[in-house]
Every structure is written in C-alpha cells, then in structure tokens.
Design a protein around this ligand. Structure first.
Ligand SMILES: *Cc1c(COP(=O)(O)O)cnc(C)c1O
Length: 387
C-alpha cells in the first residue's frame, strides 16, 4: 500500500478559525466608524449571545481568562477561600482563583465523559465539610464541548452552599437537558472563549453570562477599572463625574473584536453542524482502529475530537502524525502536575483518572474549514501508524 498523502500539502492544525468575506467586511466597517472600542457593537454582541443562551445578562471581555477572573471576584473568592476545578482543563480554569488570592484544588474526572466526576465531587465535599474546608466556588469545565451533569452539580451546590462558574470555553452552542449551555440554570455564571481555535472567534475575547443583575453589574464595573458612572451623581456633580468604587482592570473587548464575534456568531449553527458531521465521520473512518473513540453526543459543541491510544504507543503515533503534517495535540496535561502547581503539594497519583487519561489522550484535527480529503488523510495516516 502506498503512503497516504495530504493533497492540500499544508499542515493540518487541530483547530482553526473560519473567516469569510462577510467577517472581514464587518471588521472593516468598524475601522471606518466612530468607535474602535466602547462603541455600540459591544452591547449588540452581548445581547445576541445572551438571547441565544436565555441568559438575562452578558459581559464581554478581552478573553475567557479575564471572564473567569471577574467571575471569581464577583462571587467573592478571596484569600482563605477554596476554588475547585477539573485537572483536565487549560490552566486558565485554575489560575483565575489564584489571581484572587484563593486556593485551588481539583476534583478527578469521570473516565467516560472526561468531565469533572460528580461522584468524586460528592465524596470530596463530604470530607471537606467534616474538615470545615468547603469550596466557595466550583468551576466545572465542559471538556471538548460536552456539558457536565449540571443538574447534579447544581444539587450539590445547594446542599453544600458553593457558587458555580461553568467554564464553557469549549461549549458555546452545546446543550444540557435540552437547554443551551449559558442559561445558568444550575450555575451562577457561565464563561465562553472566542480564541481562534474555539467554536466562534473574535480574535481574542470572552464573555460571562449570568441571570443575576448584581453579578453582571460587578463584572461590568470590574472590566473597566471598577469605575461606575451614576446618572444621579452626574446630574448633581456634573456630567464628567465618575467613581472608582473598587480596584478593577482594563479587560475590555474592542468594537473591532465585537464586530468579528457578532459576524461569527451568526454562523454558530452552521459551525456546530459541520463539527457534528465531522465527528460522526471520524466515528466511521476510525471504527476498526485500536483506538477508543469519544461517545456519540448530539448535544456537544465538538470543540475537540479526542481519541485514546494505548499509552505505550501514544508518543510514536503523535510523532508520526506530526511528521505527516498533522498537528495533533494533547488536551490536557493535568493542571495539578504543572511546575507552578507542585509547590502547593500536588503530585502524581492525586487524580488518577485524569492522569491515566492524559497518558492516552490524542486530539485529532476537527474544525469547520477542514475538508473531507484532509479528514481522510488524518484517518489514513492514523491507520498506517496503528496497523
Ligand atoms: C481556551 C480556554 C480558556 C481560556 O480562554 P482564553 O479566551 O484564551 O482566555 C479557559 N478555559 C478553557 C477550558 C479553555 O479551553
């Protein structure tokens, strides 16, 4: 059999944005307008996403990392508080707690969904309650675009009195129980990312959704230095007056980015459909290979297509894909084993399901602009490496 060839002859990334002429036109229109930032496209983008998600408030910021930080602050996480998240995530899901001076701990994952395990969470809460060390905030991550069991997490949140931030960086457009991720039915705040590898992009960008006006107001003020412009005060003191009421940041999204985000958002349904079809196609193409494939799920946003390969062969398969121009990846090396987390006492064996998954994980390319020929090439190359 001849070597499989990549007809496109350029590297195939694991994820990439799809930018069309109308996206470009939307950005150019902003460049010709009066406002490059703090203009009308920010609220329009926020309102569109909030309406789609059935959330009453949305706060656009310059990254999901910033949104996670503001969410933690709005929920009052600070020194002496504990924040728990999944070890199978990007470091930002945990770092946000440290920005607030809070302590981070992790909850092991469920081997089937690769999301934070509800059983492990319940066990850990029981022990934490006895020790008087319950978390202030828990941050479930909808890994690869598949929603966590939010109803179960919401029940535990009520029982043990912690707040919930959904890190839905992978999951705009996903659903749980027939409802859109982002409606915060079982959480306080939900965060999306608009980084170019995610489902839709604004270049860099993120958004925090909530049903609670108090949290929205706090995040809104904190994204712009903690400054509040109060009409009543301005009527009294002059229209120039404003107050910095607490220390905030410049976490603003620009109108240039919001224009791109809004234009991309109009294609969300199409992107989701393409991702679902590509995932279904991988399932057929890879069915007879010695891999473990992700469970079928029509409600997932399919940000990542992650297969599991025998740990002893993973490195060779990964290197073989890279040598063929296929930029496979690994999502994720467990956060607790990062050098910057070791000083907190984390070590190998702390979260065995996340660690053993990480030895076998392999992310294959999946993005709307990927052609069928490219996908065939990925499958054929994997076959040549595995059989
Ligand atoms: C991408 C990502 C983030 C951070 O998103 P940015 O917009 O790049 O800051 C946070 N959490 C998860 C799970 C992510 O995948």
């Amino acid at each position: 059999m001849s070597e499989p060839t990549n007809q496109a002859a350029r590297p195939i990334p694991y994820g990439r944005q799809q930018i069309d002429e109308d996206d470009i036109a939307a950005v150019v229109a902003v460049l010709r307008s009066d406002f490059l930032t703090q203009g009308p496209l920010i609220p329009r983008f926020e309102e569109a996403v909030a309406a789609y998600c059935d959330a009453s408030h949305a706060v656009a910021v310059n990254s999901a990392t910033s949104a996670l930080h503001l969410a933690c602050l709005a929920l009052g996480a600070g020194p002496n508080d504990m924040v728990w998240t999944s070890p199978n995530t990007f470091v930002a899901s945990a770092n946000c707690a440290r920005y607030c001076g809070a302590k981070v701990d992790f909850v092991d994952i469920d081997a089937a969904t690769l999301n934070l395990s509800v059983t492990a969470l319940e066990d850990k809460l029981r022990v934490a309650k006895q020790r008087g060390r319950l978390p202030k905030v828990v941050i479930p991550v909808h890994f690869s675009g598949r929603s966590c069991d939010m109803a179960a997490i919401g029940d535990l949140a009520r029982q043990y009195d912690f707040a919930v931030i959904e890190d839905a960086s992978h999951a705009i457009g996903a659903q749980f129980d027939g409802r859109p991720v982002g409606d915060c039915a079982y959480s306080d705040i939900t965060v999306f990312s608009f980084h170019p590898v995610k489902i839709i992009t604004s270049g860099e960008g993120g958004m925090a959704l909530t049903q609670r006006p108090d949290l929205a107001q706090t995040m809104l003020a904190l994204r712009s230095h903690g400054i509040v412009r109060d009409p009543a005060q301005q009527a009294k003191d002059g229209a120039w007056s404003y107050e910095q009421r607490r220390l905030g940041f410049n976490y603003r999204l620009t109108d240039i980015q919001a224009a791109l985000g809004l234009s991309q958002f109009a294609k969300l349904a199409q992107f989701l459909e393409q991702r679902r079809q590509q995932a279904a196609r991988y399932r057929l193409l890879l069915a007879d290979l010695p891999l473990s494939l992700p469970p079928e799920d029509d409600m997932s946003a399919w940000h990542l297509y992650v297969v599991r390969v025998d740990a002893a062969r993973r490195r060779a398969v990964f290197d073989g894909l890279r040598a063929a121009g296929i930029q496979a990846n690994v999502h994720y090396q467990p956060v607790h084993l990062q050098p910057d987390y070791r000083p907190f006492g984390f070590k190998e064996g702390d979260f065995p399901a996340a660690e053993s998954y990480a030895q076998e994980a392999l992310t294959l390319p999946l993005f709307p602009a990927m052609t069928m020929a490219e996908q065939d090439f990925v499958a054929a190359t994997l076959r040549s490496l595995l059989i």
